[in-house]
Design a protein around this ligand. Structure first.
Ligand code: KG4
Ligand code: ZN
Length: 325
């Protein structure tokens, strides 16, 4: 079995996964959303202190499996430096006390393997990763062969929902709050320009849209917020759809997936599903409970890392807050 730890942002999570069967034996996650909500976003130092409380509390439930472990897996990149340290330090202590290697896991690979929790991987696959920190289009051939095709030039898709929610004083995380508010809104009442709609680039950008929404929020009273939320969600998603369409012209998809916290958005799921119909491409999605950050996806990715013999000594685990795939 592999014990996996996730602490790259505001979720403290530990899982135990059986290597041979990929079965999830244990999984627990303590989210800090409530604590960060009043600040409208994640406060890194507070997140770090909350991990220091939550991770040992979860780990204490894992002792019955310690003698069956072959490795400790931990998210070591990318993420918030001060919160990655919490998980990596715990992994190092476990590695020393149990004499086990550490499998350092890239958080983005974790999101991709959230598709395959308790399953065989279906590869190759084209993946749209939409989270609070990332908006990326990725061609995945194997665990060690992944190519980033497009990325964001500024904010990410999920982050733009967080920022719009903050403007409306709704709380954090903004994604589910804006999605809910948008349900009752009229998406045609406000019109925002789709980012980069005239650009031939296959890239993403959300800072301009965020500013358009800010002006609308400032100029209108709160009774219009559902309409603004609805028009914002439509435009933010239309941007993804336009760029995917452009990419598909020369790279028709056979198998496609959306992963990351924002892949829970039902409007996005619907729009991508429509886009894929003419290609007859399969759409893979993670279970709702595994879209946002969790240690089960880190454990599933770690099975691949283990089979590639990527285990390392506790003294050889770098922390890379800003790395790519
Ligand atoms: O993957 P994740 O848990 O953490 C990162 O790796 O960033 O993603 C969290 C992000 C937040 O920005 C959150 O607002 C967004 O995912 N999110 C959503 C939805 N649920 C979560 N964005 C849009 N619609 C949603 N339903
Ligand atoms: Zn994430």
């Amino acid at each position: 079995m592999i014990l996996s730890i996730e602490s790259s942002c505001d979720d403290s999570s530990i899982a135990i996964t059986e290597i041979a069967t990929k079965k999830l034996i244990y999984h627990k996650k303590i989210s800090q959303e409530l604590e960060h909500s009043k600040y409208g976003g994640v406060v890194p130092e507070l997140a770090s202190r909350l991990h220091a409380q939550a991770l040992p509390a979860i780990l204490s439930e894992c002792a019955p499996w310690f003698d069956q472990l072959k490795a400790i897996a931990v998210t070591n990149e990318p993420g918030l430096g001060v919160t990655l340290i919490e998980g990596v330090t715990m992994a190092k202590a476990l590695s020393i006390s149990l004499s086990l290697p550490i499998l350092p896991i890239n958080h983005l690979k974790g999101h991709i393997y959230s598709l395959f929790i308790e399953k065989e991987a279906l590869l190759p696959i084209t993946v749209l990763l939409v989270s609070g920190g990332h908006t990326q289009l990725i061609e995945v051939d194997s665990y060690s062969q992944m190519e980033t095709i497009a990325t964001t030039m500024d904010d990410s898709y999920g982050e733009s929902f967080d920022k719009v929610a903050k403007m409306m004083a709704l709380g954090y995380p903004g994604g589910p709050l804006i999605e809910k508010l948008a349900e009752t809104g009229d998406m045609a009442r406000f019109t925002f320009t789709v980012p980069l709609w005239q650009s031939p680039l296959i890239a993403f950008s959300y800072s301009g849209l965020k500013n358009q929404v800010r002006l609308a929020v400032e100029a209108n009273d709160p009774s219009t917020y559902p309409d603004i939320a609805s028009a914002f969600q439509k435009t933010a998603t239309e941007h993804l759809i336009q760029k995917l369409k452009k990419y598909f012209k020369s790279n028709p998809p056979k198998r496609f997936a959306i992963v990351g916290g924002a892949s829970a958005n039902l409007y996005l799921r619907e729009r991508v599903s429509e886009l894929l119909q003419p290609y007859k491409a399969a759409l893979l999605l993670s279970e709702m409970q595994y879209c946002s950050d969790n240690a089960a996806m880190i454990g599933r990715a770690a099975i691949e890392a283990y089979s590639l013999d990527e285990g390392r000594s506790y003294s050889d685990i770098p922390i890379n807050p800003r790395c790519k795939l």
